[in-house]
Design a protein around this ligand. Structure first.
Ligand code: G3P
Length: 217
């Protein structure tokens, strides 16, 4: 499973990319606004911090303008994945940008039929928003399951990018279903490494090791 960081915070990306666990980055207009930086500058910097796909979202809403914005964003770096919303215009833009040879992430997916359309538009990634579905009492993970089944039924190569991940249990469930990618805040990636029994076990090992008076080097 690939892990993307869902942030436009370049210091956090730099820090976590150094772990070797990060395969790409996703941003959205809200995350860019939170960074307080110029959109194209922040995307250009992120593209130097990872070789993997970096999602940069268009803000136009009609296909023609989305294509123009997408082409502009794609020029920033070869690893830019243009993010378009799951609307009919977004799907048209997706097809055209894919024909240009640009990676496209179709975002704001909340139904299996929307995901089916994105695959037909040759999206590189489909982003179902698990957390936002859970927030309103729906079952986000069922959507991931449905998309996995549909894509496997027809051999679609669009990668399922589980998005709007709130906690490690979301990552675990998405991995069990076979989502290709999970995009998450840095805090979730850090939480995944933690376990109270690991801390307790390590403490006991180190205490016993100290008693031996030895050192490895
Ligand atoms: O970037 C897309 C998605 O991951 C947003 O998540 O937490 O705003 O629902 P969230």
């Amino acid at each position: 499973m690939k892990f993307f960081l869902d942030t436009a915070d370049t210091s956090e990306i730099r820090e976590l990319a150094a772990t070797g666990l990060v395969d790409g980055v996703t941003t959205n207009p809200s995350l860019v606004a939170k960074s307080g930086r110029k959109f194209t500058d922040v995307i250009a910097e992120i593209c130097t911090l990872t070789d993997g796909p970096v999602s940069a979202e268009v803000t136009a809403t009609d296909a023609k303008a989305m294509i123009a914005e997408g082409r502009h964003l794609a020029k920033i770096a070869p690893n830019v994945a243009v993010k378009v919303p799951l609307t009919m215009d977004g799907l048209i833009a997706c097809r055209t940008l894919r024909e240009d040879g640009t990676m496209v992430n179709v975002t704001l997916c909340f139904s299996a039929n929307q995901a089916l359309l994105a695959a037909k538009a040759d999206a590189s990634f489909i982003s179902p928003f698990i957390g936002r579905l859970d927030d309103q009492g729906d079952d986000g993970m069922q959507l991931i399951r449905d998309i996995r089944t549909i894509y496997d039924n027809y051999g679609y190569e669009t990668e399922i990018l589980a998005a709007s991940i709130r906690h490690p249990a979301h990552v675990r469930a998405a991995a069990l279903i076979g989502a290709d990618v999970a995009t998450m805040p840095g805090s979730v990636l850090r939480q995944m490494a933690r376990h109270a029994l690991t801390d307790r076990g390590l403490e006991a090992f180190l205490a016993d090791w100290k008693k031996t008076g030895q050192s490895i080097l």
